[in-house]
Design a protein around this ligand. Structure first.
Ligand SMILES: *Cc1c(COP(=O)(O)O)cnc(C)c1O
Length: 365
């Protein structure tokens, strides 16, 4: 076996122990004579896994009993439409922070459903910075205040949260969920596609507060209503059982590691190594993101030329450092350093960056 350090943005690296345990259990789940993904989603064995997964989400994030944990199909992207469909009735508007590519996608779907107020648009700063949250206000009466906690493509991450008063924050945390503690009482809904910090793609984790559930529309087709899933305990239809199964193992792994506080320390250390390699290069590597809001999950940077970027990605790949090409919409390089990325991966990348810089000096102008 030759596992690479996988810096892919998503689907992305998972803990080796999680993969190995899944593989071991697959032919015969704990003496059941079949795998967990071949049995009914209403079997005792599956339901135990799903309810323990939900309990782990709650305990890891320190969520009160006001929150319901849902496992839904369609990834984070279906949430982009379910959220406005459930909470943007006629005469109801929501607030949006446009912080990058993912926030803009969520906003584009919300606009098709109802009214939105853009309270922040990072366009003039090329989405490479974020405002001080203390300067942001929610519009009184807004249905919710939407934020993207970490922009996976642009590499900006909110460090802190605004005071939105009575307006609940709805946050897309796809690429940094479970990477730090949260002031959970500020949030009405937290959602995340699973394929960055939690497990396989296709699953969305949605954590909904009771007052939000009480307000959601009931005129929608059943699957699109949060209430349907809350009342059915995420078993209204067949849930993405394989995704939930692996997510359960990933959360157990995180719990044993020390939970989100430990994850935050590790994330700081990993990202710190790569940002240090960028800063100490005196301009050879350039991170476009304002230092105060640089993401600990997705580090983005440029080299002196696109040719050097191509060579960098190819040589890194040859050294077992995989997936460093930036998103096709922005180019450059990107290292995704999710919870499951070992510290040694970040060390190896930082060391490679220093060697590469020495071996490929920028051409003098
Ligand atoms: C990956 C990602 C999504 C999309 O997730 P899907 O599961 O592909 O729908 C949405 N928001 C953010 C911040 C992401 O990183």
């Amino acid at each position: 076996m030759n596992r690479l350090f996988n810096f892919s943005a998503g689907p992305s690296t998972l803990p080796l122990s999680v993969l190995e345990e899944t593989a071991r259990e697959l032919p015969d789940y704990r003496g059941a004579g079949m795998s967990l993904i071949e049995m009914s989603h209403r079997s005792k064995a599956y339901m135990a896994v799903q309810s323990e997964a939900a309990a782990l989400v709650k305990s890891l994030l320190g969520l009160s009993d006001r929150f319901t944990v849902l496992f839904l199909g369609g990834g984070a992207t279906l949430q982009f439409s379910m959220i406005p469909l459930n909470w943007l009735g006629p005469n109801k508007a929501c607030d949006f922070t446009l912080t990058g590519a993912w926030a803009k996608k969520a906003h584009a779907d919300a606009v098709k459903v109802g009214q939105t107020n853009v309270v922040y648009d990072g366009k003039t700063g090329h989405y490479a910075t974020l405002p001080d949250p203390a300067t942001l206000r929610a519009n009184p009466g807004a249905a919710y205040f939407h934020m993207t906690s970490n922009e996976t493509i642009g590499g900006v991450q909110w460090r802190d949260w605004p005071d939105t008063s009575a307006v609940p924050i709805v946050a897309d945390m796809s690429s940094d969920i479970m990477s730090r503690p949260l002031p959970t009482e500020k949030f009405g809904l937290i959602y995340a596609g699973a394929q960055k910090n939690l497990g396989p793609a296709g699953l969305a984790l949605a954590i909904v507060r009771d007052d939000m559930l009480a307000r959601c529309a009931d005129s929608l087709p059943a699957y699109l209503q949060y209430k349907t899933h809350a009342e059915a305990g995420s078993l209204y239809n067949t849930p993405p059982v394989f995704c939930v199964y692996v997510l359960h193992k990933t959360l157990r792994w995180l719990d044993a590691l020390g939970g989100v506080a430990a994850a935050e320390n590790l994330a700081e250390e990993r990202a710190g190594l790569v940002y240090e390699a960028i800063e100490s290069s005196h301009g050879y590597y350039r991170c476009p993101v304002a230092p105060a809001v640089r993401s600990r999950m997705n580090v983005v940077w440029r080299l002196p030329s696109e040719d050097l970027e191509k060579t960098f990605v190819a040589e890194a790949e040859a050294q077992g450092l995989s997936g460093l090409k930036g998103h096709r919409s922005v180019g450059g390089c990107r290292a995704s350093l999710y919870n499951a990325m070992p510290l040694e991966g970040a060390r190896a990348l930082a060391a490679f960056m220093k060697t590469f810089e020495r071996n490929h000096p920028a051409k003098k102008r």
